[in-house]
Design a protein around this ligand. Sequence first.
Ligand code: DGL
Length: 216
Amino acid sequence: MHKIGVFDSGVGGKSVVAAIKQAVPDLEIVYAEDPDNVPYGDKTPERLIELVIPKLKELESQGCEVIVVACNTVTTTIIKEVRRQIKVPIVAIEPMVKPACELTKSNIVAMCATPVTLKSPRYKELLKTNAKNVKVIEPDCSDWSCMIENNEHNSDIIEDRIVEACEKGADVIVLGCTHYHWIEEEIKQIANRYNAMVIQPEQAIINQLKRVLEQL
Ligand code: DGL
């Protein structure tokens, strides 16, 4: 049985673990998070390197053969450094700009992500390459990771931001932070009223993980 590590700042990656377990039951999964420093969505890249690399090295030293970085904030800011310092294969989640731009019919997409992800050069690069004729709006989700991490669910805030995005014409809503996977059903119910779709990357991550596992 293969052993893999999954990492996120907090509870976001646990939704990814649940999806992986369902799709690939025959796996030992070690989960690592950073309860002392979550949320990551307000940290500098330098700070993220300090926090994340030791956690991933720990997973490596526990014998994980692959590490899933289930955190868009980490991927979009420091993935190069992660790949430089970590020797096992890395499967990394990043905001689904390309699929969203391919799916949209209104040419308006809403990207829900942390402030650090939205500021990152990698995200800007994804926009530049894939969103030439598509307007990508960025609802203010800056308080969502904390809300979800601390179990302080606030349906009014979620409703407000998603309705606003749909009323601006977004027909594809991207969950660009794994914490938001926990409120996917709620977001879908709101988006359904506007015939907008909600996408998140778990299936893509599972496919990529399977490819990597086959090559071990
Ligand atoms: N779940 C993470 C992400 O996908 C980070 C959330 C946070 O710590 O702010 O971006």
